[in-house]
Design a binder for this molecule. Sequence first.
Ligand SMILES: [Zn+2]
Length: 131
Amino acid sequence: MEPYTKPFWESLEDGTFMIHTCENCSEHFFPPTPICPHCHSTDVDWTAATGHGTLFSFTRTHATAAGFPDELVVGVVELEEGPQLLAPIDEPYAALEIGDPVALEAVTYEPDYDRGWPSEYPFFAASRLEE
Ligand SMILES: [Zn+2]
């Protein structure tokens, strides 16, 4: 595991979605990196995000790899704090519209396939928030 992102995975396991805040320019960013992408300061720290945001864009694929659903919906979520991130969307494609309010939540998958993150920690997916 990447030691730098360990706090993110551990917090996600507890249901908290952590992002970074730059102490120099106050911008929030994700994924976490030790250097602020806005001002290049190394004075960055963890911040608990709400995990709420809006669906900025989304798409689906029908040709998925083993271990994934036949229709995989993914989207770009714009968090309330500002950062955008790519996430699986746990909703049917036809039910989604750009701008839908969504919430990121920890999810666990069968560990049969290496999905590129530590298998002992959950991943995250977005679901639509009812208004
Ligand atoms: Zn900064």
